[in-house]
Write a protein that binds this ligand. Structure first.
Ligand code: OXD
Ligand code: MN
Length: 602
């Protein structure tokens, strides 16, 4: 079948790239189920994918990637703006002309022996005024099938694009041309690490990726388009492209509100997005687990869409205890990458909630037995790619092209000390300040840094902001000036990870986080009991619903405690963090910092 277009500029670009990469053929994807099935079969027949047990995992396949190709490669990721200043201190920068020359030399002939696939895709419901169209060119069938799940692909996208619509060109190659008669022979194709490039040209709104077939390096709609390039577009057009989950929460009276939340990687974003509340009568539904695009509606409220159509989630640690809705989402039609394989062709990973059923084949393809190896069976960044509509908690309105109105925005990180379970910003600008200081504490064991050091990841966007982070803060301040406090979302900071001095978790997390969401819901409704503190509004001691919760009143007190000495130390690290951005920190944020210091010293 395939798809067709009358878009001359798109045809011209495809021809130019094909002339450069010299594929054996070109195929325009139509996004159909038949096309997906055909590529899955090709991948199984070629030995790149293993078909899983049709009875226990219908429609599922497993891939093992090359050992060099298991995660995003931040040190090979570039923001090639015209000037280094435009990319800012948190991004790798290269002169775009030099980078293009370097990459063109690699692209030259890189698709020999392969097909170039043209994937027209929509980030967001097709035709939504918040959605954007991209076209990815790739020589990887793995990328094609993943894009089918993660985005909306095919003729319907080209129809919306018409003869001269705007799209983001996304160029991708695994960087492994085949000689005449050569085959992959079941070996994951990619280039060595020093030849991998994940490049963004923000002024041209163009993406060039080379050498990796995996995840955020290769599925260019996700981190590359929906965050790095979209953050630049959002700055220019006056909206927000954020690394945030979106959920809907309904109270026992049937009133529904929507919450967006940003946490650094590995803080349980997918778990929160799919949370099952422990408090009776409350319901949480999922809109998205990773990215939110938010635009003002005519009523002055921010409306969010999830630009993705699937979940690209981390498998290890996902279990019926930590996230039953994710486990149900991956029962069928799921692409697994780098998890372990059981003897009866099912999947297994560390933290799946039960022991390995006998001998396994690990993610490297070797025999593996529980307790007999010091290496994990699944790679710690092993993934599942699953259609969002398979999630039992998916909200019926998750594809509403108008988006959902956001009432609250949460920021958070892993903070064993200092930061209370929840507090609320006193204004939009104070909320932006909270976003700008997001971070997680790292342990000496994990990294070569002093234990207790906070690694700042502002707005959880550190690896994903496509321009100068100081200007990004200023953009958030500006967004707040476009509406009024009653219409803007209320902003909160949460911390599920506070510990006692002895190192014991104070808060049970998971479904119990619904108790915090309940307070957030109430505050966003103008209710909920709060007291002013130096750092913002804190719940009063009786404000968080603890009925049936196994947390002592003493622990609850500790969870909401503000220790002045800890906060004064915190201030010093915030100053160091801000110093990296020099005079690009907006005045409003320096004012917030000064006001916080003054309140602490009062
Ligand atoms: C992701 C990430 O993969 O944030 O979503 O790293
Ligand atoms: Mn993410």
């Amino acid at each position: 079948m395939g798809s067709t277009t009358t878009h001359a500029k798109l045809q011209q670009w495809v021809k130019e790239m094909a002339d450069l990469c010299q594929p054996d053929s070109i195929y325009w994807c139509d996004g159909s189920k038949a096309e997906y099935d055909k590529f899955v079969k090709t991948l199984i027949d070629s030995g790149l994918a293993i078909k899983l047990n049709e009875k226990t995992r219908p429609g599922c396949v497993l891939f093992k990637s090359d050992a060099s190709d298991v995660a995003r490669v931040e040190n090979r990721t570039y923001i090639a703006a015209k000037t280094q200043d435009a990319a800012g201190p948190t991004n790798n920068w290269m002169d775009p002309a030099i980078l293009k020359e370097e990459m063109k030399a690699l692209y030259k002939g890189c698709m020999k022996g392969r097909t170039m696939y043209v994937i027209p895709f929509s980030m967001g419901p097709i035709g939504s005024n918040i959605a954007k169209i991209g076209v990815e060119l790739t020589d990887s069938e793995y990328v094609v099938i993943n894009m089918h799940v993660m985005t909306r692909v095919g003729q319907k996208v080209l129809d919306v694009l018409g003869a001269n619509g705007e799209y983001v060109p996304c160029m991708h190659s695994v960087g492994k041309p085949l000689a005449a008669g050569e085959k992959d022979n079941g070996k994951w194709p990619c280039a060595p690490i020093e030849k991998k490039y994940i490049s963004h040209f923000p002024e041209e709104r163009t993406i060039w990726s080379y050498g990796s077939g995996y995840g955020g390096n290769a599925l260019l709609g996700k981190k590359c388009l929906a965050l790095r390039i979209a953050s630049v577009i959002a700055r220019d057009e006056g909206w927000l492209a954020e690394h945030m989950l979106i959920l809907g929460i309904t109270n026992p009276k049937g009133e529904k509100k929507y919450v967006a939340a940003a946490f650094p990687s590995a803080c349980g974003k997918t778990n929160l997005a799919m949370l099952i509340p422990t408090i009776p009568g409350w319901k949480v539904e999922t809109i998205g687990d990773d990215i939110a695009w938010m635009k003002f509606g005519a009523d002055g409220r921010l409306y969010a869409i999830n630009p993705e159509a699937g979940f690209f989630g981390v498998a290890p640690g996902t279990s019926m205890d930590s996230n039953p809705n994710a486990m149900h989402s991956i029962e069928k039609n799921t692409i697994f990458t780098n998890v372990a394989l059981t003897a009866d062709k099912d999947v297994w990973w560390e933290g799946i909630g039960y022991n390995a059923p006998g001998k396994l084949i690990d993610w490297n393809g070797n025999e593996w037995e529980e307790g007999k190896s010091d290496k994990p069976a699944a790679h710690p960044n092993a993934r599942f790619t699953a259609p969002a509509n398979q999630c039992p908690a998916i909200a019926p309105e998750w594809e509403n092209p108008a988006g959902v109105p956001i009432s609250a925005i949460l920021f958070g990180g892993r903070r064993p000390s200092t930061v209370p379970l929840v507090h609320q910003a006193t204004s939009w600008n104070h909320g932006v300040f909270l976003g700008s200081i997001v971070g997680s504490e790292v342990t000496a064991a994990a990294l070569d840094v002093k234990a207790g050091t906070v690694r700042r990841d502002p707005f959880a966007m550190l690896p994903f902001c496509g321009y100068h982070m100081g200007d990004y803060f200023a953009h958030w301040i500006k967004i707040g000036q476009k509406s009024t406090a009653d219409k803007l979302p209320k902003i909160f900071f949460v911390n599920w990870f506070r510990k006692t001095k002895e190192g014991k978790w104070l808060w049970p997390g998971y479904g119990e986080n619904s108790r915090v969401l309940k307070w957030v819901f109430e505050r966003a409704s103008g209710e909920g009991k709060a007291q002013e503190s130096a750092i913002g509004y804190l719940p009063t001691e009786d404000a968080i619903d603890t009925a049936g919760l196994n947390v002592s009143a003493e622990d609850m007190k500790e969870l909401l405690k503000i220790n002045k000495a800890e906060w004064l130390t915190e201030i010093e690290t915030i100053k160091e963090h801000y110093a990296k951005f020099g005079n690009r920190i907006p005045k409003e944020l320096n004012d917030e910092l000064a006001a916080l210091v003054a309140r602490l010293n009062k």
